[in-house]
Design a protein around this ligand. Structure first.
Ligand SMILES: [Zn+2]
Length: 364
């Protein structure tokens, strides 16, 4: 959204500054903005360059600036809201010389349907998603993506298996979707949400499994984005079901950023209330000290690296609790009397929810 806003205000290009150097070189093109260039209606087409650069590449740009890059990076944290720096011009000129090559290839979402049991509500759908692609090879070796998002992919299969064994399926129908191309810019999910196999107005909720950070047992669990809609009560019920406390993601993990960075956001953009399920951080056992620190260490040092493999220390039971929580959350949405709805005045609902959701209301 920031990029489109800048384009609308006449920016010629945008450089996003990553707090860490990038694994594949000093600068990269934003893959999702490349997608927009193929979309004839995208305002991003007006931008001549959309780069992401790390601190090493950015340092020369701050020559002669009123504040140093190091100082800015230290202050640009969520905890430091009152001391965020204002804007100022940078002196050096930047020339962008980019080589972009495009190759067409097919990649598929894998979709399964479980028909709902209620005579009318079966025409509405709750969608579970998890992406089966991973970052792929980097300088540090292949990134298998065991947690991101092998854990979610396996979780969807397990939820589908469990639901298929129920004597009475949930009232609403369930779509189980393993998406492709998440890491390249939510491609599979956005393709699915823009052209779903059922009427988008009949898709009532999305539960996305893409943060099963199964390192240790926790006393808590997180449903990123649930607070924006009535899915909050489904999340509360699901947390009770797994005897975990429903909490917000710690602010230094920038929970709101994750909500807009994962497959669930493709559903939000089509007006569908959505949740990104995330592991908790408070360790259940006193033998694990500093649960939140271990979680943050994983996010900062292992996420999207070759370390996210089956060789890391995984807690399978913690992974199962996460998956059960996601299953119960989806079941609560599928069995609720009313279809999930954005909260009144909610930003996401106001921006995307109303236009797409003029379907009939569906009280049982
Ligand atoms: Zn992921």
């Amino acid at each position: 959204m920031k990029w489109a806003n800048a384009a609308d205000h006449g920016a010629r290009g945008i450089i996003e500054l990553s707090p860490l150097d990038l694994p594949r070189g000093p600068a990269t093109y934003r893959a999702d903005t490349l997608d927009d260039w193929f979309d004839p209606d995208s305002s991003l087409k007006r931008l001549e360059a959309c780069l992401v650069i790390g601190p090493t590449a950015a340092a020369p740009l701050f020559t002669g600036a009123p504040q140093t890059l190091e100082y800015l990076l230290k202050r640009a944290t969520p905890e430091c809201k009152p001391c965020r720096p204002g804007s100022f011009p940078l002196c050096p000129k930047l020339t962008v010389d980019a080589a972009i090559s495009c190759t067409d290839f097919d990649s598929r979402n894998v979709v399964a349907l479980l028909r709902g049991s209620h005579s009318t509500l079966k025409n509405e759908y709750v969608v579970f998603t998890a992406h089966y692609d991973a970052i792929g090879p980097t300088g540090g070796g292949a990134c298998d993506g065991a947690i991101d998002d092998g854990a979610g992919t396996a979780g969807i299969l397990e939820i589908a298996r469990a639901f298929s064994l129920l004597e009475t399926p949930p009232a609403r129908s369930i779509l189980f979707v393993n998406t492709t191309g998440e890491e390249t810019g939510l491609d599979g999910a956005s393709c699915f949400a823009k052209e779903p196999p059922v009427d988008i107005k009949q898709i009532v909720a999305n539960v996305n499994l893409d943060a099963n950070v199964m390192l240790f047992e926790t006393t808590d669990i997180v449903a990123i984005g649930a607070k924006h809609s009535t899915l909050a009560s489904a999340a509360e019920a699901a947390a009770r079901g797994v005897s975990r406390k429903l909490v917000e993601l710690r602010c230094d993990l920038q929970g709101e950023g994750y909500f807009a960075r994962a497959d669930n956001f493709s559903f939000v953009e089509q007006g569908v209330p959505a949740v990104l399920v995330c592991s908790g951080q408070e360790a259940a056992s006193s033998e694990i000290d500093n649960g939140p620190d271990r979680f943050i260490h994983w996010v900062r040092d292992v996420y999207h690296s070759a370390g996210d493999s089956l060789d890391q220390d995984l807690d399978w039971h913690a992974g199962a609790i996460y998956t059960q929580f996601a299953a119960l959350l989806g079941a609560a949405a599928a069995n609720g009397e009313k279809r999930p709805a954005w909260n009144p005045g909610n930003f996401f609902g106001d921006r995307w929810g109303n236009a797409a959701r003029r379907g009939p209301s569906s009280a049982r």
